[in-house]
Design a protein. Structure first.
Length: 147
């Protein structure tokens, strides 16, 4: 029996064991457990032709999957905080410059202000709204001078 045949024969059993463990430990229904597994890098790696992940215990695979999902959730939570801060900056910019939301958005898009805010988020989000807008104004002025 070839390695590919072994993999294709064993993978469904590993998936079934993983799904059962996800249902039990995460308290999900079967459909949600399938989604949880099938949207993971672990699943993709497990089903690759030359993968030997199937040799790991189900518990080991589950722990790897749990770590992957936890890491993805932390990234998503961080991105959500940045998005919230970007929206705050846009609203404050609009308010301080007494311009429309459309005009404010146009300026932010034209000068890559969203990207700038993301790059300085760690420092900027701890400052006052006036300081934040002053920094955004400085950034926009530099971008205009580069044109």
């Amino acid at each position: 029996m070839t390695k590919e045949n072994i993999n294709s024969s064993i993978i469904p059993f590993k998936i079934q064991q993983l799904i059962d463990m996800i249902v039990e430990k995460k308290h999900l229904d079967v459909e949600s457990a399938f989604y949880y597994l099938y949207t993971s890098d672990l699943y993709r790696n497990l089903t690759e032709k030359d993968s030997s992940l199937w040799q790991q215990s189900t518990l080991s695979l589950y722990e790897s999957l749990k770590k992957e999902k936890l890491s993805a959730n932390k990234t998503q939570e961080h991105n959500s905080k940045i998005t919230l801060f970007q929206a705050f900056c846009l609203e404050q910019y609009k308010k301080q410059h007494n311009i429309s939301a459309t005009d404010s958005l146009y300026i932010f898009l034209s000068y890559d202000v969203f990207k700038y805010i993301e790059s300085v988020y760690q420092t900027l989000h701890t400052q006052s709204e006036y300081y934040i807008i002053a920094e955004i104004d400085k950034y926009i002025k530099r971008k205009k001078e580069e044109e």
